[in-house]
Design a protein around this ligand. Structure first.
Ligand code: SF4
Ligand code: SF4
Length: 382
């Protein structure tokens, strides 16, 4: 006898998914072309057809904590072939956005990050923090964030400011890690419960050591973008995505090295242009800008695919971070110190925003998709 299931539709969830770019879900008539077309869907319990019906019925509990939603890389193959124009790839992207909001703490901040009207407030928060820092430093005679400097003050002399910037960034970064940890704990637990209920795995419990092993096995697949290259419709997006990913990895390494140089070895900047870590920083910045431009170009060219605010936020963040980082350095080297200081101020706002808002934005897929792919490996589902 077939399993019975008490349907408890959540209309608010359907509205939320529609708001986040999945409004076309209503057009689906369950032909299953999308599940057949998807190049990376598993043979058993394939996606995205089952997620389409769950979304149109508002079955939130079948979608939040569903690992399959995250295995989708939004290549768009299924959307192109869907005879009804229901855009299953975009619907899954919207469900992912709703999942990030659901697992985020505090939820009010997650709602703000997904709302374009709240962007000025979100950017004003770090702006105020750094303006107050600048004013406090001025009171103790440190000439920091002076937008009309007579020389290279900002980077040459005021080490105290660099330490204070770090002291602002460290708790912000820690906050992001804690939000991710809480969200991932719930996500992995619910993903496993869902997989058990749907017969996707036979493992009763999650063995942490086995899960970590699966995670390590998954990392080369992620770095090489193997899943992206299995798609045909949006294959070129893999180049852009790869540049952005490696750009961020490079800049993360650079930040870690300079942090250790300052705090552990007390080697103060500015660092020489011939320093290899500086090269890596410049390459990371260039990769972000080129990757961001390619993402922008791809999204503008794909008129038949939905690009929601969720997507534009990520593109804007990538381009903004890369461009302000590179321009700060270029203006400084060109002797345009005032302009450089203004751009640096914008750069600090974006870096703080990156740390604080990543667990609530599309960038959170770094953690959630990685966890879902590791879980797929762990559960032995092919
Ligand atoms: S989303 Fe499109 S292809 Fe998939 S089941 Fe619905 S109508 Fe068919
Ligand atoms: S967008 Fe691509 S990966 Fe996602 S379900 Fe459709 S075909 Fe599969």
């Amino acid at each position: 006898m077939a399993d019975s299931y008490l349907v408890d539709p959540d209309v608010g969830f359907i509205e939320e998914v529609s708001r986040l770019g999945g409004a076309d879900v209503k057009k689906c008539y369950q032909c299953a072309t999308c599940s057949v077309a998807c190049p990376i869907s598993p043979d058993t319990k394939p996606f995205p057809r089952k997620e389409m019906i769950a979304t149109s019925w508002g079955l939130k509990d079948k979608l939040i904590g569903n690992g399959d939603v995250w295995l989708c890389h939004n290549c768009g193959d299924c959307s192109t072939l869907c005879p009804r124009g229901a855009k299953p790839g975009d619907v899954l992207a919207a469900v992912r956005a709703a999942t990030v909001i659901e697992y985020a703490t505090p939820k009010a901040l997650a709602k703000m990050v997904s709302d374009p009207k709240k962007l000025p407030i979100l950017l004003a928060i770090p702006a105020v923090i750094f303006i107050v820092l600048g004013l406090l430093l001025k009171m103790v005679g440190v000439d920091w964030l002076n937008f009309a400097p007579s020389g290279d003050h900002l980077w040459q002399a005021d080490y105290i400011a660099n330490y204070l910037v770090d002291i602002i960034m460290i708790p912000t970064f820690t906050f992001a890690i804690v939000v991710f940890a809480l969200g991932l704990k719930r996500f992995i637990t619910e993903m496993h419960a869902n997989a058990l209920a749907e017969g996707k795995t036979e493992k009763e419990t999650i063995d942490p050591a086995g899960f970590v092993q699966a995670l390590i096995k998954t990392i080369p697949t992620i770095l090489q973008h193997r899943k992206f290259t299995e798609c045909s419709e949006n294959r070129e997006r893999s180049t852009a995505h790869m540049m952005v990913l490696f750009g961020f990895i490079g800049l993360f390494i650079v930040t870690g090295c300079f942090f250790a140089a300052e705090w552990v070895f007390h080697i103060e900047g500015p660092y020489q242009q011939i320093n290899p870590i500086k090269w890596l920083g410049n390459l990371g910045g260039i990769a972000l800008v080129i990757g961001g431009i390619l993402l922008l170009k791809n999204r503008l060219a794909k008129k038949d695919q939905i690009s929601s605010y969720w997507d534009w936020y990520l593109v804007g963040m990538v381009l903004g971070l890369g461009a302000t980082g590179l321009l700060t350095e270029m203006f400084r080297l060109g002797g345009l110190y005032g302009l450089s200081a203004i751009i640096y101020f914008l750069h600090l706002i974006l870096v703080w925003s990156l740390f604080a808002y990543t667990p609530f934005s599309k960038l959170a897929h770094i953690a959630y998709r990685t966890a879902a792919m590791a879980y797929q490996e762990y559960s032995g589902r092919k």
